[in-house]
Design a protein around this ligand. Structure first.
Ligand code: HEM
Ligand SMILES: CC(C)=CCC/C(C)=C/CC/C(C)=C/COP(=O)(O)OP(=O)(O)O
Length: 309
């Protein structure tokens, strides 16, 4: 301890032990990176040319807003995060960041991101960002997560909104196209998360969180995962018949959808307590969403270059 720290301790003032890395971890950077990528694709696939500086500001604001939502989630969930092996080392439960610091950090960044988006880009996008943060923090984290096994089905709407925000930032409107992107992520979320919940069922039981496997049981969760995969696969192809992606996208999305169903089938067919297929599906789900949005982006860039739409 430095002399200054020991003098402060004598006076009863506790210096935070938090480092910049701890505050960065509060933003849930790995998870939010994919959400921000979907917002970027929403913005890029929207019709019309956007000023590149405004586009960069919009994506930065959405990234800060997504991170702020993560910090507020970690502030509220510190009690249950402390009880789960996967989350116990997070900055708040491990005591490196105080709850007050996490709350203040999340609130300031939320306000900053919404105001920046509103003033410099547009108020529809800003309102959607504010709604998304509110939905994730208040509706999902504070209410549904601890009260119903449908928590992530409904809460998934928050994770599905980023491409709608990106599209609104570019066009000032919510189109049928961005609603389809919303639907893809919305239907993707249950199999993405329940695959993880299957092999982390002990964690959620220890924390008393009513996730599907510990409420409805493993067998029912496996069936529900498969059902969502069957619906997701064709919905993932829709950008092609709706005319904002080419047949190339349609072919890639079809192959990815078949891969998703195959992984979900392996989960359904696995014997009790065999978790390898669930782990494989969880990894595939992330690759699937990234690949769907990356293909849509590449498709749009090529189509614009050759002037087809
Ligand atoms: C209610 C909705 C969702 C729930 C409950 C959920 C839950 C989770 C959980 C618990 C993890 C493990 C996180 C960790 O310990 O690091 C995870 C990982 C991940 N999630 Fe989700 N997720 C949801 C939606 C999303 C969305 C919308 C995206 C992006 C569009 C996303 C992207 C990811 C990524 C990229 C990872 C892997 C992170 C890593 O590599 O550590 N998730 N998800
Ligand atoms: C623009 C904006 C605000 C975007 C938000 C995107 C969003 C809501 C993503 C949800 C992703 C996520 C980490 C869920 C985790 O659930 P959890 O909190 O139950 O997971 P945990 O157990 O790891 O804390």
């Amino acid at each position: 301890m430095s002399t200054r720290e020991s003098r402060l301790e004598d006076t009863g003032i506790r210096l935070s032990e938090a480092t910049a890395a701890d505050f960065f971890a509060l933003l849930k950077p790995r998870v939010m990176a994919l959400a921000v990528f979907t917002a970027f694709v929403g913005l890029m696939t929207a019709p019309g040319a956007m000023n590149p500086v405004i586009a960069v500001i919009a994506i930065a604001a959405i990234a800060i807003g997504a991170g702020a939502a993560g910090a507020l989630n970690m502030w509220y969930d510190a009690d249950i995060d402390a009880l789960m092996s996967r989350t116990a080392k997070r900055p708040v439960p491990s005591g490196r960041v105080s709850p007050g610091e996490a709350l203040g950090f999340g609130l300031v960044l939320s306000a900053l991101s919404v105001m920046t988006l509103g003033v410099l880009v547009g108020w529809l996008a800003a309102s959607l960002l504010a709604f998304t943060i509110f939905f994730y923090v208040v509706i999902y984290t504070m209410w549904l997560k601890r009260s119903t096994p449908q928590n992530i089905v409904i809460g998934g709407a928050a994770g599905a909104l980023p491409p709608v925000i990106g599209w609104a930032a570019a066009t000032g409107a919510v189109g049928i196209e961005s609603s389809i992107l919303f639907l893809i992520i919305f239907l993707w979320t249950p199999p993405h998360f329940w695959a993880l919940a299957l092999f982390k069922v002990g964690d959620y039981a220890a924390a008393g969180i009513p996730m599907m496997p510990n409420v409805a049981g493993e067998a029912s969760t496996r069936k529900q995962i498969f059902a969502y995969a069957l619906i997701l696969a064709p919905i993932g192809v829709l950008p092609w018949p709706f005319g904002f992606a080419s047949g190339f996208y349609g072919a890639v999305a079809t192959a990815l959808g078949i891969g998703f169903i195959w992984h979900a089938w392996k989960v359904l067919a696995a014997p009790d307590k065999e978790m390898r297929p669930a782990k494989a599906l969880f990894a595939f789900s992330i690759a699937y969403l990234f690949a769907i949005f990356a293909t849509l982006l590449a498709d749009t860039i090529v189509a614009r270059a050759v002037g087809s739409f």
